[in-house]
Design a protein around this ligand. Structure first.
Ligand code: PLP
Length: 287
């Protein structure tokens, strides 16, 4: 495996960053997780637009034009000779001094790792996932806006730890007002009386690329999707619940906080959308 580091390719085992990198010291940076299906990078431009928006919001200058970075990602995939892969694109503020001030960080690090990811076994997709809600709250959008995919993922990591301790595969964060925001690394949808609902970004969710792909598929398949805040109660009484994310793709949820969702098996809309999604990524490639 080859890792792209600021225009150079370094062997995976030899790819290292400085302990003075503010990405390491303070989580000062941003990232994207992107999938490659059958040699095509899925919605690369959308991921890059989100990356550059995250960068603008935290005042980090990515030292490449979006077209150049796009080219580099495609090249890194090619160099690693993987048809199906997961890309981790990281931009950190770079090496600086032992203080918060980033003004001495003159050399942002742009890193592209091409590897593989498998979040859940196929069995989990067939049976559905058991999840919980956890005490960790999603940042309210005034501090560090959850729309920024920053290297500060401690909130999300705590959620994952809380899920692990409860012996479940994923957990949901609520926002400060008690509305359901998202999972540790995925967005949530529910289906009620044939209509799909997903929390709007302002509730405190990252506007996922997979979420958007599902919304596009809904439109093509005649489903109505409403971006609307909802509570845990709405989740418990939904007809279907599923999560979406680059790593998880589309995964049914069959139990939340001990409440079985409907009859406890992946529902027809979820199954239909998972099938459509798999087709979209494999047949249409970059669509
Ligand atoms: N929410 C969070 C906090 C995430 O980290 C991710 C993963 O990227 C998502 C949602 C899902 O977004 P996407 O579909 O773009 O992977």
């Amino acid at each position: 495996r080859w890792v792209y580091m600021n225009g150079r390719y370094v062997k995976k085992e030899e790819a290292t960053v400085s302990i003075f990198d503010h990405g390491f010291l303070y989580g000062d940076g941003i990232f994207e997780g992107i999938r490659v299906y059958d040699g095509n990078v899925f919605r690369l431009r959308d991921h890059l637009v989100r990356l550059y928006e995250s960068a603008r919001s935290i005042m980090l200058d990515i030292p490449l034009k979006i077209e150049e970075l796009e080219q580099s990602v495609v090249e890194a995939v090619r160099k690693n000779e993987l048809r199906d892969a997961y890309i981790r694109l990281v931009v950190s503020r770079g090496k600086g001094e032992l203080c918060l001030d980033p003004s001495k960080c003159n050399d942002p690090q742009v890193i592209i790792i091409v590897d593989q990811v498998r979040l859940f076994p196929q069995e989990t997709y067939d049976r559905g996932l058991k999840i919980i809600t956890v005490p960790t709250r999603r940042n309210v959008p005034d501090a560090l806006n959850p729309k920024i995919k920053s290297l500060n993922y401690l909130n999300n990591i705590l959620v994952k730890i809380e899920a692990n301790q409860a012996g479940v595969g994923e957990a949901l964060m609520l926002n400060g007002d008690g509305y359901v925001a998202e999972g540790s690394g995925d967005n949530i949808f529910l289906v009620k009386k044939g209509i799909l609902y997903t929390p709007p970004g302002y509730v405190g969710a990252l506007e996922g690329i997979t979420r958007q792909a599902i919304m596009d598929l809904c439109e093509r398949n005649g489903y109505t999707v409403k971006e609307q805040p909802f509570t845990r109660h709405d989740v418990y009484v939904a007809d279907e619940v599923f999560l979406t994310g680059t790593a998880a793709e589309v995964i049914a949820v069959v139990n939340v906080d001990g409440r079985t969702i409907a009859d406890g098996v992946p529902g027809p809309v979820t199954q239909h959308l998972l099938k459509e999604f798999r087709q979209l990524v494999t047949v249409d490639g970059t669509q």
